[in-house]
Design a protein around this ligand. Structure first.
Ligand code: GLN
Length: 450
């Protein structure tokens, strides 16, 4: 995999940092422990992985795609990082991403764009475009992403790979640099459903270091993926969300989705239509809640504690202002301003308060829909991968990418994207959504469909 990175990453630019020596040393350690009969019990021991550069790593830089963290070395490992190490997984390096995980194309990284391996003139999606591109370019068989509004699922759809957004609280956020804390969720990415499940079990489960971590066992998703592989979905109800099809979806994406429904029926599933009437307000609610949390979370980048410091001016305020001016990119600034406005006194009830109410209504829509179906499905994205440069100056067009993925984050439920064929030579993703802690049935359906 290191050779492959050498050969193709000059073109793809999936990695911000390749830790070749550390990776070789970690793999050698696994070899030694196998020889000594003390190998980690995980089936992923020795398997290489690409880690999104938003998880702290004590032996590698961590930038979150931002200039403001350039050169910063975290003093500790994220829980995801330490669980990977404990399982003997070899971390190849850190992958490119939109700055602080805000974006849908990886073009908002401060360190250059990542190219989609299927067509290098196109984006790989975002914010986790580096992790998805590393998988699609065969630079790594496993990767980790984070999904606040689709940043695992949309890149998976754009690169023909598998990406899972676990139930909120299912994977620890300790050491995950915060974007929007009530939405952020780390998750596994790979090229097959079973590989994704194996990785899910390594990183998932209760962590006392994260106060929102769910104190319940992770459902055995590996067993579910193996069961699904027998291709029998009889007795299962699959709900098509009426609001997540039709208008706004590219004809090729819609055609692939229709074919996926026929395939699921062939596997024995019963396809029913469900309605989630408040999903159409999801995007608006998300783009108020997320910037509000961002404006608060990113206040910690104050030139005193981490990374960059621009020592201009006589006061601490002047240094902070100069540092934040130089260290944050345009999209991050846009969201800090939006969030600060939405939270300011007098506007709070009109914007943030209303958005929180919509969030509750969306959760109720999900609850009702899951009363009628075991899983819900939709296209993962409205379009296939778009050309680099197409939307970078049009935030609203960029935000529309998240139409189908955002309701899941607002409700804290689980969802994934699984490859669903090609449209004009570009990958399409099928989104499978499940109730909170309903990952097992989701993996079963994905493995049967795959
Ligand atoms: N496109 C979403 C956004 O820009 C994705 C965020 C995410 O999942 N990290 O907010």
């Amino acid at each position: 995999h290191l050779d492959r990175i050498d050969a193709v990453d000059g073109t793809v630019h999936a990695f911000l940092h390749v830790a070749a020596d550390a990776a070789l040393a970690s793999a050698a350690l696994v070899d030694d422990s196998i020889a000594a009969g003390t190998a980690p019990a995980s089936p992923l021991a020795g398997v290489p992985l690409a880690l999104k550069d938003v998880f702290t790593t004590s032996d590698m830089p961590t930038t979150a795609g931002s200039r403001i963290l350039e050169g910063w070395r975290p003093p500790y490992d994220a829980t995801v990082t330490s669980r990977l190490r404990a399982a003997g997984v070899t971390i190849l390096g850190k992958t490119n991403m939109d700055e602080f995980a805000m974006g849908s194309s990886t073009e908002y990284s401060a360190y250059g764009v990542t190219h989609n391996p299927w067509d290098t003139t196109r984006v790989p999606g975002g914010s986790g475009g580096g992790s998805a591109a590393a998988l699609a370019a065969f630079e790594a068989p496993l990767a980790i992403g984070t999904d606040t509004g689709g940043s695992i699922r949309q890149p998976a759809a754009f690169t023909g790979t598998v990406g899972v957004k676990p139930t909120y609280g299912g994977v620890s956020r300790y050491g995950l640099i915060a974007c929007a804390s009530s939405l952020d969720q780390g998750g596994p990415c790979a090229r097959t459903v079973l590989d994704t499940a194996l990785l899910h079990e390594v990183i998932g489960g209760y962590d006392p270091l994260d106060s929102t971590s769910i104190d319940a066992p992770v459902p055995s998703v590996v067993a579910a993926a193996r069961e699904g592989a027998n291709g029998d979905l009889s007795g299962l109800r699959v709900g098509v969300v009426r609001e997540l099809t039709g208008e706004g979806y590219q004809p090729g994406v819609q055609a692939s989705f229709d074919a996926a429904l026929r395939q699921l029926e062939k596997l024995g599933a019963e396809v029913v239509e469900v309605s989630c009437p408040h999903f159409e307000y999801g995007l608006a609610a998300y783009y108020l809640i997320l910037p509000s949390e961002v404006s608060s979370n990113l206040a910690r980048f104050d030139a005193m504690r981490y990374g960059l410091r621009v020592s201009e001016g006589a006061s601490a305020e002047a240094v902070m202002a100069a540092t934040r001016e130089a260290g944050f990119g345009p999209e991050v600034k846009r969201r800090i301003i939006l969030g600060t406005y939405a939270l300011s006194s007098g506007y709070y009830d009109a914007y943030y308060g209303q958005a929180q109410k919509v969030r509750t209504l969306i959760s109720r829509d999900f609850a009702a829909a899951f009363g009628r179906a075991d899983v819900l499905v939709s296209p993962a994205t409205p379009t296939t991968a778009f050309p680099i440069g197409d939307k970078v100056d049009d935030p609203l067009a960029m935000y529309l990418n998240d139409l189908a993925t955002i309701p899941t984050n607002l409700a804290g439920t689980a969802a994934m994207s699984v490859p669903s064929g090609l449209s004009d030579g570009l990958p399409v993703g099928l989104q499978i959504m499940a109730p909170a802690l309903g990952e097992a049935v989701m993996y079963r359906v994905a493995a049967a469909y795959e």
